[in-house]
Ligand binder design. Sequence first.
Ligand SMILES: [Zn+2]
Length: 288
Amino acid sequence: MASFYDTHAHLDYPDYAKDMTEVITRAQAAGITRIISIGTDLESSMHAIKLAERFECVFAAVGWHPSNAHEAPDDIREPLRKLAKHPKVVAIGEIGLDYHRRPGGSVSEPARKGDSAKRAGSETGAPDTAADDARNKQKQAEIFQQQLEVASETGLNCVIHQRDSFDDTFAQLKPFAGKVRGVFHCFGESADRMRRVLDIGSLVSFTGIVTFKNGQNVRDIVAATPLDKFMLETDCPYLAPVPYRGKRCEPAYVMEISKTIAQVKSCSLEELSAATCKTAAEFFPKLK
Ligand SMILES: [Zn+2]
């Protein structure tokens, strides 16, 4: 059986609190041999590390998600440096900029489902003014910058989240080219933007959206991306691929994603396995 990695999972989310062991067992049965659990704030990053200590096939990325920027400390570098030293921390992430959902805005959503009650409470009635918006963008840029610095110092690469903010995210990462590489996760921009990402030594990764009926844009990008320049991910619990669409997603479903991508690339599952696992091993050197 061809084996694959899930390079972007949120195993710390409460969605898995009741059946974590079964989720891991199903992933292994499906040939998913490595899972990277991604941090969205310090607490979530520490939780990801705990899971990495508990399960041999689980690794952690530590970072502060831009959608949670308003709750970040002024300086995140020192606590992040400490977490990054852990032997199973393979990346800084997810980090970046998100202009789609900002606190106080009408499309605001929490980055972590588990905190929805707390956040809804703290955000209710928050005025959505241009000044708040500018302050939030500024805070996002500051913590993104600090985390890029930590990545550069520690020699770790980054898991990049961007939404409606490609140009600013790219511009902020670019000066780090040669020191830090980023994987633009859940990539669905355009073939042109994919090439710009590859040009600075960074990578892209694809989720279950590639299996969606309305996912032709992503399939076109996959077709244009060289076989050795992308990785696979679920972004679970979100974005379950067909035929699980709408249900809770889990790492085992990388298998469905890989089948669609192998079709688009006209390659075998074995070739896709070899290429994507080699790319991930090079991008995440601590992923043993
Ligand atoms: Zn994510």
